[in-house]
Design a protein around this ligand. Structure first.
Ligand SMILES: Nc1ncnc2c1ncn2[C@@H]1O[C@H](COP(=O)(O)OP(=O)(O)O)[C@@H](O)[C@H]1O
Ligand SMILES: [Mg+2]
Length: 248
């Protein structure tokens, strides 16, 4: 028998294999989730409230314990690696609800994103980079984060995550709580980030049209299981997505 080298798939940046998460009261939030994200891809994760989307991002970030399964990042198993170490390896999460320090300034929030790296040159370089991507943050550097608009606050949350120089950026519902006409701004800034830097992204969104617009590919999660996967076009055309998420 011949073994073809080309049959070996290239290494994914992220691989989630049969991951289970059970919360204290016996809530089975993830029931054997498997998925992968290739370098340079933007992948969407869609699903209703309570489907387990946030739990999956937290499991990848090391913020909740997994009861079974394996998470591999850049070819290495990270299930036993703590959250801070995952950040150092390049995994970043923009959490649901943004979690900014509202009494601190925009600049101070950004500096906190590079915590663990006290090198001033590095910090200045990173600041330069995120302020180029989000010029509004340079204008608002001294303003308190709590006084930003929803869209600006989301850009700050994304920029703060970028300060750790991630190779893999996870976003938990970046359009949530943002005025509809400003959602495009946030999505455009993510598109710019992907075009300019080729950053690999994993995007959780309930705004399914916006998510599929940005993403190459996506997964649909229902009650802790992946029930459908495909290219953005395939998902847009599927009965399940049309009925449950696009209201058609
Ligand atoms: N800390 C927690 N303790 C117990 N149950 C939780 C906790 N966080 C989430 N859950 C439950 O886990 C399920 C998945 O939640 P979540 O991951 O937040 O879903 P989604 O982000 O898709 O809305 C839900 O049933 C939710 O109630
Ligand atoms: Mg959630």
């Amino acid at each position: 028998m011949r073994i073809s080298v080309s049959a070996v798939p290239p290494a994914s940046l992220l691989e989630v294999r049969d991951v289970h998460v059970v919360y204290g009261a016996g809530v089975r939030a993830l029931r054997g989730v498997s998925l992968r994200v290739e370098p340079g891809e933007v992948v969407a994760l869609i699903g209703a409230n309570g489907a387990g989307k946030t739990t999956l991002l937290k499991a990848i970030a090391g913020l909740v314990e997994t009861q079974a399964g394996e998470v591999t990042f850049d070819g290495q198993r990270i299930s036993a690696v703590d959250a801070a170490d995952r950040v150092k390896r390049g995994v970043a999460l923009v959490p649901e609800g943004r979690r900014l320090f509202s009494r601190l300034s925009v600049a101070e929030n950004l500096t906190l994103g590079s915590y663990g790296n006290r090198d001033r040159v590095y910090r200045r370089e990173m600041l330069e980079r995120v302020e180029t991507l989000f010029p509004v943050l340079r204008e608002r550097a001294r303003q308190r984060a709590g006084t930003l608009s929803g869209g600006e606050a989301q850009m700050l949350a994304i920029a703060r995550a970028l300060m750790s120089r991630p190779r893999f950026l996870m976003l938990d519902e970046p359009s949530l709580g943002i005025m509809p006409r400003l959602v495009d701004q946030v999505m455009d800034s993510l598109r710019r980030l992907h075009e300019r830097e080729g950053l690999t992204m994993f995007l959780v969104e309930q705004n399914v049209p916006a998510a599929l617009d940005l993403a190459d590919r996506g997964y649909v999660l229902q009650t802790g299981r992946v029930v459908l996967e495909g290219s953005s076009d395939e998902l847009r055309g599927s009965d399940l997505v049309r009925k449950a998420y696009l209201g058609m």
